[in-house]
Design a protein around this ligand. Structure first.
Ligand code: NOJ
Length: 589
């Protein structure tokens, strides 16, 4: 079916993915080809020339599997089928072939910590205590208080709020779900379950010629079998965050080595999602080349900046400092400085994050177009000049922004994580008069919904995402007449043109961009981030003004010798000042 002949630009000893730029697609919101208001696979296929023109090496497609969509396809009811509004298995085969014809690779999303409660395996497991698939999921009896009140087996909180256990009336036991109630956790302890997962979710698609997987919640498969209570972090909650108990569990590396053997047979690359793993030594266990588990992971140190410690959205918007951000960058860059045999990723956005111009720059493309454009380019320089494999999320290349803060959350937001949090505050914090306003502000700034709004292709109704008469599954941003692909595609000074040039320059100087050794120059500076990247006989000096004010700098000292400017977002380039959101990348030889 597929023609795995992508071009490679690196030497034979460097795997293709180390210097790659990978474009992430969220199928529901990319391009609707049939006017039902939901993006689809033919829509993606029709935009592959556009994607290729960006200069990326591969795409990562978020889940397109059959699913009741409680969590936008991360609740899979059949690994071997495609969600009908997105298309068919044949469409995926066409997409794989079309990527390969263009010399691009394709990754799918591998979601194997849990399935949907509508998966045939769970339906069987739930049907009776003696069903042969009962233990394919994690069932436990209730605990009872002295007065006979029934309680879940422990106090763990699910990621999306409430208990991580759901009572099943029929069979009188609880099942575990670390995410939504409709996402029961698979029992990885049983080799029979693991074999079924490998066959259905993994090899079914590898045999079709895909080039790898983004692996969802990769560190949660091995749970502590005694299921201890989590320490009480927030006494106002009935259930407590328990990440430290179920992330990086006792058998996780054994499971991943087993999975790794299969992936290696297909020469597949993997990028694991690795939340809640602060210690670098623990991260290295997943990505050490010697251990043959994963090619790389997404660490969340950087994008988690400014989130609340207990409940994610319990936070003041814009609650971050540049010194904290640069410390997080330094920590994650340490994995790719050649002192380890590990590898990492660099990214600022994905489908679980708010837009980066809204978090770290100016997102008002309509009334402050110049600041918006400068900050989008500055952030592009920032993320693309860090070492590791670069991931760019759909819409990031045109500087898409968060939904306006006055959108009605109950009406316009669709993500269960945002809505659960909002409803929780509404019901349980009635005695705190400011709580709801704070929750709204935090969601307007950080909710996952912002990254999920329809792609803005042009200035026609619905931004060209779907037909004019259709109702998009999620509201299109009001700024689309100003901010869209069509307006940027032929304008040399656009954010889109800048990204194309940036990716070209990154590729041409991959040794220092993707693999160079990072060093901060002044870790305490709260306005300007100047860092260096070193490779053999070359270094980059990257200077970024993270503020909307002019800042005094002294770049002459860092530059020394002979240098040339590779990229910049202002014409003039004095060495003693940076304009609002100015960025420059110099190559020093
Ligand atoms: C991480 C995914 O990126 C997110 O969207 C999803 O809700 C959870 N894992 C659960 O699968």
């Amino acid at each position: 079916m597929s023609q795995p002949t992508p071009t490679t630009t690196t030497s034979s000893s460097t795997p293709w993915w180390k210097t790659a730029a990978i474009y992430q697609i969220y199928p529901a919101s990319f391009k609707d080809s049939n006017g039902d208001g939901i993006g689809d696979l033919p829509g993606i296929i029709g935009k592959l020339d556009y994607i290729q023109s960006l200069g990326v090496d591969a795409i990562w497609l978020c889940p397109m599997y059959d699913s009741p969509q409680h969590d936008m396809g991360y609740d899979i009811s059949d690994y071997e089928a495609v969600y009908a509004p997105y298309g068919t298995v044949a469409d995926v085969e066409t997409l794989i072939a079309a990527c390969h014809e263009r010399g691009m690779r394709i990754l799918l999303d591998l979601v194997i910590n849990h399935t949907s409660d509508q998966h045939a395996w769970f339906k069987e497991s739930r049907s009776s205590k003696t069903n042969p698939k009962r233990n394919w999921y994690i069932w436990r009896p209730a605990r009872y208080d002295a007065d006979g009140t029934r309680r879940p087996p422990n106090n763990w909180r699910s990621t999306f709020g409430g208990s991580a256990w759901e009572w099943d009336e029929e069979t009188q036991e609880y099942y575990l779900h670390l995410f939504a109630v409709q996402q029961p956790d698979l029992n990885w302890e049983l080799s029979e379950t693991r074999v079924a997962i490998y066959e259905s979710a993994v090899e079914f698609w590898l045999r079709k010629g895909i080039d790898g997987f983004r692996v969802d919640t990769v560190n949660m498969y091995s749970k502590p079998l005694d299921f201890p209570d989590a320490p009480v972090i927030d006494p106002t909650l009935d259930c407590q965050p328990a990440y430290s108990l179920y992330c990086n569990g006792p058998r996780i590396h054994e499971f991943l080595r087993e999975l790794g053997h299969i992936l290696q047979r297909y020469n597949a690359m993997t990028v694991g999602e690795l939340p809640h793993t602060p210690r670098m030594a623990d991260v290295l266990d997943y990505v050490s080349a010697k251990q043959k588990q994963l090619s790389m992971v997404f660490q969340f140190d950087l994008v988690d900046i400014g989130f609340g410690a207990g409940l994610r959205y319990d936070t003041s918007p814009r609650n971050w400092t540049l010194s904290d951000l640069r410390a997080r960058v330094a920590r994650t860059q340490a994995l790719v400085d050649g002192s380890t045999d590990g590898w990492s990723t660099t990214f600022l956005e994905n489908h679980d994050q708010a837009r980066s111009v809204s978090r770290f720059g100016c997102d008002d493309a309509v009334t402050h177009p110049e600041l918006w454009e400068r900050s989008a380019k500055m952030l592009a320089m920032f993320v693309a000049s860090l070492s590791g494999t670069l991931f760019v999320y759909q819409g990031q290349e045109i500087g898409m922004a968060n939904a306006p803060a006055d959108w009605d959350i109950e009406e316009e937001y669709k993500d269960l994580d945002s809505l659960n949090y909002y409803n929780y505050v509404k019901e349980h914090r009635r005695d705190d008069p400011g709580a709801l306003a704070r929750a709204k502000a935090a969601l307007a700034h950080l909710a996952r919904d912002h990254g999920r709004m329809p792609m803005q292709w042009d200035a026609t109704p619905n931004a060209g995402f779907t037909t004019a008469s259709a109702k998009p599954w999620m509201r299109v941003h009001d700024n689309y007449p100003t901010l869209n692909v069509k307006r940027q595609v032929h304008r040399p000074a656009s954010v889109l043109a800048f990204w194309r040039e940036l990716l070209r320059v990154r590729r041409a100087n991959a040794a220092v961009f993707a693999e160079g050794v990072f060093a901060d120059t002044d870790a305490s500076n709260e306005a300007v981030f100047v860092f260096e990247k070193r490779a053999v006989q070359q270094k980059l000096v990257v200077a970024l003004n993270f503020t909307a004010d002019r800042q005094v700098v002294d770049l002459a000292a860092s530059l020394g010798g002979t240098y040339k400017t590779l990229l910049k977002n202002y014409e003039e380039e004095p060495l003693d000042a940076l304009q609002p959101y100015e960025g420059r990348i110099y190559l020093v030889q």
